[in-house]
Design a binder for this molecule. Structure first.
Ligand code: EPZ
Length: 419
């Protein structure tokens, strides 16, 4: 397993370009199953999770061709309705094939995605929505079996805001008979991006980006060419890196409108954040970081995927910060690793951690556990004295494209040791 070694103390400066968003690319690549022609996507990030979803689509019978950040998918040849455990266990977002498979094939058999480090990650709302659309759902031997010769539009209230739940049901509804209304829908930019691609295929969707999405089903959809939106979580990660190191970093190729809550929180810590044109942000870390409280909530609030990164910033801030995680029940795994680096963090309840800023962190070997926790360990290594060795970086490779070369380009002393 590869390791990444970071020598702390370097001030980051310069420019770094955002990659395409993993969490937009995954549902958009899957949406190619809703038509019988070659769909062409660009600005697709080169990530392990993207490889996994392409392997799954090929296993179902689609033709996938990749060249650089361009991916072409032709679903004409899809002949299977079963997504195997082998493939789904590698990435729980594979559950996104459920809705499109039922819409296309009239049935689907998808391995029930297991939980992961950050929580149980149930898919009950995905299944409730499909049942309301007329699918008969059975769960046995660890598989979801969904049968629906023809899905029919319905009003679906989602008890919890769910990003992939909203995406799965939107993809099922675009080929259903009649009108579907998703209530309490997720408003993340990745949901809006998927809706835009589906509309490009001829789908009739209104309200994406609001809590109520109205979908009028169509008999068929056409192939599309689309570009993946920038990854707002990757951008936020580099913004925090600049703040941590007192650096001067411009992140290009991003969409500042997707970063409002992260930019606001960074400004509250005293960091200078400027929007440059309509596709770049510039961060000037003036070295002094004020402690503030954060609470993760669905978009447009502060994103849970930025919680670990922000905790690192608060661990070297000038006071006490209360961090509340409301989305996942176990998303503080990075706390014990950060404490090995000298951070002063106390988990006061399942969802709350109190961070007391310390003058500095000290490098040590640490263990990555989930994607964003791994990124937070790299960030901590950038400011810790001495060397920090992050193990199990395969977690990182799932969601951060060329992370060490991007950080090296900003002046970090970082290298990967391939095992
Ligand atoms: C998406 O996960 C993202 N993944 C996650 O990013 C992100 O953290 C999360 O949304 C929240 O923003 C992708 O888009 C591929 P949810 P998702 O369904 O859709 C509960 C990363 O690092 N819930 O919005 O799986 C669930 O337990 C990943 O890139 C149900 O109870 O998250 C959680 O508490 C990590 N029943 C809450 O809703 C359901 O049927 C939000 O989960 C579905 C979800």
């Amino acid at each position: 397993m590869d390791r990444i070694i970071v020598e702390g103390g370097r001030r980051l400066s310069g420019e770094v370009r955002a990659s395409g968003a993993k969490n937009a690319a995954l549902p958009i690549l899957v949406s190619s199953m809703l038509t019988d022609g070659p769909c062409v996507y660009d600005n697709v990030p080169a990530l392990k999770d993207i490889e996994s979803i392409c392997l799954l689509l090929e296993d179902l019978g689609a033709k996938v061709e990749t060249s650089g950040s361009k991916v072409q998918i032709d679903a004409k040849g899809i002949f299977k309705h079963e997504a195997s455990y082998e493939l789904v266990r590698k990435m729980r977002a594979s559950v996104l094939v459920l809705g499109p498979l039922v819409a296309r094939m009239g049935r689907a058999r998808v391995s029930l995605p297991g939980g992961c480090a950050i929580g149980a990650r149930p898919v009950d709302l995905h299944l409730k929505g499909l049942e309301l659309l007329g699918a008969e759902i059975k769960i046995e031997h660890g598989y979801i079996d969904a049968i629906a010769p023809k899905l029919k539009g319905a009003v679906i209230y989602l008890d919890t805001v769910t990003v992939t739940g909203t995406e799965n049901l939107m993809m099922a509804a675009v080929l259903a008979e009649g009108e579907t209304i998703l209530q309490n829908a997720a408003m993340e930019p990745e949901v809006v991006a998927l809706a835009d691609v589906l509309k490009g295929m001829g789908a009739d969707i209104e309200g994406a980006g609001t809590p109520e999405i109205r979908i009028r089903g169509k008999a068929s959809l056409s192939p599309v060419k689309a570009s993946i939106i920038p990854d707002r979580i990757e951008v936020g990660t580099y913004m925090v890196a600049a703040a941590l190191t007192g650096g001067d970093v411009t992140v290009t190729g991003c969409n500042p409108h997707h970063m409002m809550s992260v930019m606001d929180k960074l400004r509250q810590t005293g960091i200078k954040v400027d929007v440059v044109g309509d596709s770049a942000v510039r961060i000037n870390g003036n070295g002094h970081i004020k402690s503030i409280d954060i609470k993760t909530v669905p978009y447009p609030g502060f994103p849970t995927d930025m919680q670990a990164q922000f905790m690192v910033l608060m661990s070297v801030a000038d006071g006490r910060s209360v961090i509340t995680e409301t989305i996942f029940e176990n998303r503080f795994i990075h706390v014990s690793e950060l404490k090995r680096l000298g951070a002063d963090i106390t988990i006061t309840s399942g969802s709350t951690a109190v961070v007391k800023g310390v003058p500095g962190l000290s490098g040590a070997p640490v263990m990555a556990s989930d994607l964003r926790a791994s990124a937070s360990l790299i960030l901590a290594g950038l400011v810790a004295s001495g060397e920090t060795e992050v193990n199990r970086v395969y977690h990182l490779d799932r969601g951060y494209e060329k992370i060490e070369s991007k950080f090296e380009g900003l002046g970090a002393a970082i290298r990967r040791v391939r095992e």
